[in-house]
Design a protein around this ligand. Structure first.
Ligand SMILES: CC(=O)N[C@H]1[C@@H](OP(=O)(O)OP(=O)(O)OC[C@H]2O[C@@H](n3ccc(=O)[nH]c3=O)[C@H](O)[C@@H]2O)O[C@H](CO)[C@@H](O)[C@@H]1O[C@H](C)C(=O)N[C@@H](C)C(=O)N[C@H](CCC(=O)O)C(=O)O
Ligand SMILES: Nc1ncnc2c1ncn2[C@@H]1O[C@H](COP(=O)(O)OP(=O)(O)OP(=O)(O)O)[C@@H](O)[C@H]1O
Ligand SMILES: N[C@H](CCC[C@H](N)C(=O)O)C(=O)O
Ligand SMILES: [Mg+2]
Length: 485
C-alpha cells in the first residue's frame, strides 16, 4: 500500500511529498525490513524514538513519530503514536473487523471464562470462530501463543486479517483495561460489547476505581451507533453491577441486561450449587428453561448468562445455546480439579483479585466438609493495594491459609508477603515463601473431607522471578505433591 493511501486513515495528518510503498508496519526496530513503516512508541520501559535512526538504517521507508527527528526518510508527526498505530494497522489490513462478527468482553473477572463459553456456543452452532484472550489466540482450531490478554494493535489487526482470510465468521476477544487506555483496540468494529463486573485490580496502573471504570467504559463508547449503522450493535451489561450504569450512559447501542439479583432480560432463579456443577432456571425473552452446568460457583452463572445473552442477540437459537453450555467442561486453570487419586479435592484457580478469591473460596465453602487449605500469593509489579485484601479474604474463608509467592517479577518476594500480612493482623495463617513447598504443605496436610485451593496462577506454566522465567505449573506441582503423600 502507498504511504499516502495509508495516511488517509488519519484526518488532518501532515502528508509528506514522498510516497513510498509500505510493505509492513512495525514498532520494534529489530523487526524492520526494507519497506517498513516504523512507528516510534514511547513505552513504559523503552522509547522507540531513540532507535528511529537504526530503523531507517535497516530500511524503514517512513517513520511515524511524536517528535521531530532529523532523518533521511520521511517523518510523519502525530500526537500519540500508539493510538495512531491502531488506526493505521486497521487500514493497512483493509478493516478486517468490519468483515467479522466481533464480540468484545471487558470487566475485572470472568472475561476468559465468558469468552470461551461464547466461542463454544458459536462453534457448536457450526460457525467458524476466532478467539483472542489470556490463555491464547485461536483461529478455528489453530492455537497461537500470546503475551498479553489483548495484544497490541499490529498483532491484533494482523490476526483479524488472518481470520478473514481463513473465513472466520465470529471473533470473540477479551478487552483489557490496559488495552482500552493504550488504544490497542482503536479501529475495531465491535458488534457486541460485554461487561462482566468491576472490582478492585490494577490500581497501580489506573490509580483510582473511577479511572479504572472509565477505562472499561471506553469499550462501550466505541461501540457503533445502532440507529445509524445497518447492523444492530448490542451492549450486554451485568444488571447486578453498579458500574453498568456508566457503560449504559456512554453507549448508543441497544442495551441487553443479565443478572441474578436485579430485573434483567436474562436472569437465573432456583440456583443449586453442587460439588459437580450448578443448576438454575433461566428466565429469557422466550420464557423459562432449566439449565445444568458442569461449571462450579454462582460467579459462573453470571458468565453463563452473559454468554447466553450475547449468543441470543446474535440469533443463535436458545435450545442450541443451552445444549452447548450444558456440555461445557470448564476453562483451563479456572476451578480446575487436579486428580491424582487422592480422597479430597485439589482445585487450581486463576483467582488473583480480592473479588475472585472471595467468590472461589465461598464456592468451596459450600461443599467442603472440614478444612479449607488456601495457597495464595500476589504478583509483583502489580497493584500492591490488593495484597492485604486478598490475605484478609484468605483468612476469612479458609481454615488454613498459606501465603506464598505468585510471580514476584522485579519485587522482593518477602516484601510482597509483608504487604499481604498487613491484611491478616491477628489472624491465623502460615507463610511458606517457596510456592512448591507451600503446595506440598497444603496437599500433604489435607485429609478426606478437606479441600485444597491453589489460587492465582491457573493456566500459567511459568513463574517469573526477577527477569527470569522458570517452568512452573500449579497442576503438575500439585500432582507431584499428591504422589509424595
Ligand atoms: C505496562 C504495559 O501495559 N506495557 C505494555 C506496553 O508496553 P510498552 O509500550 O511500554 O513497551 P516498551 O517495552 O516500553 O517498548 C516501547 C516500544 O519500543 C520498542 N522497542 C523496544 C526495545 C527495542 O530494542 N527496540 C524497540 O523498538 C517496542 O517494540 C515498543 O514499540 O505495550 C506492549 C504492547 O502492547 C505490551 O506488551 C506491554 O505489556 C506488558 C508486557 C505488560 O505486562 N502488560 C500488562 C500490564 C497488561 O497489559 N495486561 C493486560 C491484562 C490485564 C488483565 O486482564 O488483568 C493485557 O492486556 O495483557
Ligand atoms: N464472573 C465472575 N465474577 C467474579 N469472579 C469470577 C468470575 N468469573 C471467574 N471468576 C474468578 O476469576 C478468576 C479469573 O477468571 P477469568 O480468567 O475468566 O477472568 P479474566 O477477567 O479473564 O481475568 P484476567 O483479567 O486475569 O484475564 C477465575 O479463576 C475465578 O476465580
Ligand atoms: N492479567 C493479570 C494476571 C495476573 C496473574 C497473576 N498470576 C500475577 O502474576 O499477578 C495481570 O497481569 O495482572
Ligand atoms: Mg482473562
Amino acid at each position: 500500500m502507498k504511504l499516502h493511501t495509508l495516511l488517509q486513515a488519519i484526518p488532518f495528518i501532515q502528508i509528506p511529498p514522498e510516497n513510498p510503498e509500505i510493505q509492513s508496519i512495525v514498532n520494534d526496530h529489530r523487526q524492520v525490513l526494507p519497506g517498513s513503516l516504523f512507528i516510534c512508541i514511547k513505552g513504559y520501559v523503552f522509547d522507540g524514538h531513540t532507535v528511529a535512526k537504526d530503523a531507517a538504517r535497516n530500511g524503514a521507508t517512513a517513520i511515524l513519530s511524536e517528535r521531530e527527528l532529523d532523518l533521511d526518510v520521511p517523518v510523519i508527526l502525530v500526537k500519540d503514536t500508539k493510538h495512531a498505530m491502531a488506526i493505521l494497522a486497521d487500514a493497512f489490513y483493509g478493516h478486517p473487523t468490519q468483515k467479522l462478527h466481533l464480540i468484545g468482553i471487558t470487566g475485572t473477572n470472568g472475561k476468559t471464562t465468558t469468552s470461551h463459553l461464547i466461542e463454544k456456543i458459536f462453534s457448536d452452532h457450526n460457525q467458524s470462530t476466532g478467539l483472542i484472550g489470556t490463555i491464547h489466540m485461536k483461529i478455528g482450531n489453530r492455537e497461537i501463543e500470546t503475551k498479553n490478554t489483548t495484544p497490541d494493535s499490529l498483532v491484533l489487526q494482523s490476526v483479524f486479517n488472518d481470520m478473514t482470510n481463513e473465513n472466520i465468521d465470529t471473533a470473540i476477544m477479551e478487552v483489557s483495561s490496559h488495552a482500552l487506555v493504550q488504544g490497542r483496540v482503536n479501529g475495531c468494529d465491535y458488534d457486541i460489547a460485554v461487561f462482566t463486573n468491576l472490582s478492585q485490580d490494577h490500581l497501580d496502573y489506573h490509580h483510582t476505581m473511577e479511572e479504572y471504570a472509565q477505562a472499561k467504559s471506553l469499550l462501550f463508547s466505541k461501540l457503533g451507533n445502532s440507529y445509524i449503522e445497518n447492523k444492530p450493535k448490542f451492549a450486554v451489561l451485568n444488571a447486578d453491577d453498579m458500574a453498568s450504569n456508566q457503560m449504559m450512559t456512554v453507549t448508543s447501542a441497544h442495551i441487553i441486561t443479565y443478572g441474578i439479583e436485579q430485573q434483567a432480560d436474562f436472569t437465573a432463579s432456583n440456583i443449586v450449587l453442587k460439588s459437580g456443577g450448578t443448576s438454575f432456571t433461566l428466565h429469557s425473552p422466550e420464557g423459562k428453561r432449566e439449565i445444568t452446568l458442569k461449571l462450579m460457583g454462582k460467579f459462573n452463572i453470571y458468565n453463563a448468562l452473559a454468554a447466553i445473552a450475547s449468543a441470543y442477540v446474535s440469533n443463535i437459537p436458545l435450545h442450541s445455546i443451552i445444549r452447548s453450555l450444558e456440555s461445557a467442561a470448564g476453562v483451563d486453570g479456572r476451578f480446575e480439579p487436579v486428580m491424582g487419586g487422592q480422597d479430597f479435592p485439589v482445585i487450581v484457580d486463576y483467582a488473583h483479585t480480592p473479588d475472585s478469591l472471595e467468590n472461589v473460596l465461598k464456592t468451596i465453602g459450600q461443599f467442603a466438609k472440614k478444612r479449607i487449605f488456601a495457597v495464595v500469593g500476589c504478583g509483583g509489579d502489580r497493584d500492591p493495594s490488593k495484597r492485604p485484601l486478598m490475605a484478609a479474604i484468605a483468612c476469612k474463608y479458609a481454615t488454613d491459609p498459606i501465603f506464598t509467592a505468585d510471580n514476584p517479577r522485579s519485587e522482593d518476594p518477602l516484601a510482597i508477603l509483608e504487604d499481604m500480612e498487613k491484611g491478616a493482623l491477628g489472624m491465623n495463617y502460615q507463610i511458606v515463601p517457596d510456592r512448591t513447598e507451600a503446595i506440598k504443605k497444603a496437599v500433604g496436610s489435607a485429609k478426606s473431607g478437606d479441600v485444597v485451593l491453589i489460587a492465582g496462577k491457573g493456566h500459567e506454566t511459568y513463574q517469573i522471578i526477577g527477569d527470569k522465567v522458570f517452568d512452573f505449573d500449579d497442576r503438575l506441582v500439585a500432582l507431584e505433591a499428591i504422589k509424595e503423600r
